[in-house]
Design a protein around this ligand. Sequence first.
Ligand code: DC
Length: 230
Amino acid sequence: MKRILIAIDGPAGSGKSTTAELVARRLGYVYIDTGAMYRAMTLKVLNSNVDPADEAAVVELARATSISLVNGGEMRVLLDGNDVTEAIRSEPVTNNVSLVSSYPEVRQLMVAEQRKIGSKKGCVIDGRDIGTVVFPDADLKFYIVADIMERARRRQEELSARGEELPIVQVVRELKERDRKDSTRETSPLRKADGAIEIDTTKLTINEQVEIVLNYVNEVTMGQEEMQKK
Ligand code: DC
C-alpha cells in the first residue's frame, strides 16, 4: 500500500492529537505531534527562568535546545535528552505555549525539524499550521473542530487525570484565550488549509473519528495506486 503524508490541524481539544496518533498506529505510520514540540520549548523557557515575553532570550534558548519525538508504542517527547512527555501537559506550560510559539524564529527552528521527519512518507503530523505552512502539499489534509463546551469538557477530563481539578468556566476561558492567540498571531496562524477536509468531532466517538480519517486515507491511497497502474 502506498504511504502518504497526512496533515491534521485544529484548535485545542478538537480531538486532533488523539485521532492522529491512533490513525498513525493503525497504519504503521510515524506520528508527529508538533504541539508537543512547542510545549517542550515552553517548558525549557519556564525551567530556565527566562521570561516567556522576552522574545530575544527565548529565541537564543531555542537555538541551544534539542527536541525530539520518539515513536514506538506511545510517542515520547525528549527535551535535551530528558523525557518530558508528562511534564509538557501542565497548566503553566499550556498557558505560556501560545506566546512562545508566536515567535517567528522559534517556529522556523521547529518547522525545519518537522519537515525533516515528515519528508519520509508514511507520517501523520498534527498541529495548527501543518496543512497551510509546514506541508502545504500533504496528500491529505484535515481540519478538526468541535464545540467549545465539548472541547472544555475533554480538556477538564485530561487535567483531572493528571490530578489538576479546574472549574469548567476557567477551562473555557483558557481555551478561548488560546484559540484567540493561536488564530490571530501574525506568523502561521491557525486556519483551515485550502483543500482540507473538515470534521466536527463534537458528537463523534474517538473510534468514529479514526474510521472517518482512515476511509479517506483508503480512498487516496487506492486512487494513487490506480493512477500509477495507468
Ligand atoms: O496541540 P497543542 O494544544 O498541544 O499545542 C500547544 C500549542 O502549541 C498551541 O496552543 C499553539 C502551538 N502550536 C503551534 O503554534 N503550531 C503548531 N503546529 C502546533 C502547536
